[in-house]
Design a protein around this ligand. Structure first.
Ligand code: KE4
Length: 435
């Protein structure tokens, strides 16, 4: 294990903290949950990133999910250069957004209409507005540990960085803003039934990550999503799938195609922008036709449908193939098995949850199937494991409650290198625990 020099990152982090709160533009990047100085990244290529000190790492953050084809694929860079030569934004409609909308609908037919925005947060906050307008109801059900961006109504028992930094409920969110947000337990239909019965005719929507990624990876239990569909059908509630992570990650039609449950509305992001700022929401035409200017539900955005993001999304979706998903599934299970074996051989209690090319090693002996079981994970052990992996040239998510992502650019060699590093890192964790 060679000692990585990180003095340039350290200097930049000191400077960054004088202008950016916490020295970053998104909290989870600050390494607060894992210790040490965040690495400032100079470039990425394929499955590898390089920090400003020239150290290279096999990357499993992959920008938190968008880069299903890896960093800076040649075709994407070429496409962006060509589009940029004609202008970066017009504040006017372009053919690119029409084509991307048509491509999304072809792959995910439940999105009969779609609106592009600039982030998953915007997509989720807008889709709830549509659901409330359509049903004339105010309440929503979300699940503990699921994360739908940082808009006020969702910052209740939120996952991802909010959970990582122990602020699942954020100051600054007025009680009134979350008074209509009901909290259920992921993979627990009874908790949803109870809420729908005690709030009959008051709930506009149930919003769920069909494959939870922000608790860390927690796949849906058999029947869970179909059960939500039945509750919604019975109670006149709209079912919203937040597929910002799972959309096109889990398969060509997203989680909804894999599980065979059709939501009324869907949020998308990440992969449909190929690493550029993007979000989208869409679904049944009768609902989406409520959105201004077709209908009265107002939502707008200066850079919505931005030509560069649309072109990046078209390129990314155009490169999706059955062959890619087979590659991702194979490497995903190879990595999941390798991490589990490394932990077991080192005597460290780890549960590896995986779904295709996304996975999370939870440092706990308990099976992780929801927020509370995820909270049994030893975050100190994860932090020690993270640091030991970084020291061996592997860059996992700097949080126990996030997903590791593979890409088409990852190779068997990368995964073997990662497993070899994990074998040593798990021994380091086990050694620490014995002290
Ligand atoms: P953004 O506003 O960050 O584009 O998307 C919010 C969002 C909505 N829905 C789901 C299911 C999401 O996972 C996200 C954002 N994901 C996190 C990572 N788990 C973003 C990383 C970050 O906050 O820096």
């Amino acid at each position: 294990m060679r000692k990585f020099k990180t003095s340039r990152s350290a200097k930049l982090f000191t400077r960054a903290q004088q202008i950016l709160p916490g020295g970053v533009d998104s909290p989870v990047r600050a390494f607060k949950a894992v210790g040490g100085t965040p690495l400032f990244i100079r470039r990425g290529k394929g499955a590898t990133i390089e920090d400003v000190d020239g150290n290279a790492y096999v990357d499993y953050v992959m920008s938190w999910g968008p880069l299903i084809h890896g960093h800076a694929p040649r075709g994407l860079v070429k496409t962006l250069a060509a589009v940029a030569r004609d202008g970066t934004s017009f504040g006017a409609p372009t053919e690119l957004e029409v084509r991307l909308g048509e491509r999304v609908r072809a792959l995910m037919p439940s999105l009969e209409r779609v609106r592009f925005v600039n982030s998953g947060t915007e997509a989720a906050m807008s889709v709830i507005r549509v659901a409330r307008a359509a049903t004339r109801r105010d309440k929503i059900i979300k699940f503990e540990g699921c994360y739908h961006g940082h808009a006020d109504p969702f910052l209740v028992q939120a996952g991802s960085g909010a959970l990582t930094l122990e602020t699942p409920n954020s100051p600054g969110v007025p009680l009134a803003a979350v008074a209509n947000t009901l909290i259920a337990t992921y993979n627990d239909l009874i908790s949803c039934e109870r809420l729908s019965e005690s709030n009959r005719h008051e709930i506009a929507a149930i919003i769920v990550e069909p494959i939870a990624g922000n608790i860390g990876v927690v796949p849906p239990a058999d029947g869970f999503l179909a059960g939500l569909r039945s509750i919604c059908d019975r109670e006149g509630i709209l079912l919203v799938f937040d597929e910002v992570i799972s959309g096109f990650r889990a398969g060509l039609g997203g989680a909804q195609a894999l599980v065979g449950v059709k939501p009324d509305l869907t949020c998308l992001g990440k992969i449909i922008g190929g690493g550029l700022p993007v979000g989208a929401y869409g679904g049944r035409a009768d609902l989406m036709e409520l959105v201004s200017p077709a209908g009265p539900v107002y939502q707008a955005g200066t850079l919505s449908g931005n030509p560069l993001a649309m072109a990046a999304g078209l390129w990314s979706l155009g490169e999706l193939s059955a062959r890619l998903y087979r590659h991702l599934a194979r490497l995903g299970s190879m990595l999941a098995d390798g991490l589990a074996t490394a932990a077991r051989d080192a005597g460290v209690a780890v549960q590896v949850n995986a779904f295709g090319s996304m996975l999370t090693p939870f440092f706990t002996a308990q099976a992780v199937r929801d927020y509370h079981s995820a909270l049994t994970a030893d975050t100190r052990q994860y932090a020690a494991f993270f640091r030991a992996m970084l020291a061996r040239g592997i860059y996992p998510p700097p949080s126990q409650f996030e997903a590791w992502f593979l890409s088409g650019a990852h190779t068997e060699r990368d995964v073997r290198k990662t497993i070899a590093a994990a074998k040593e890192a798990m021994k380091a964790v086990s050694g620490d625990s014995r002290q």
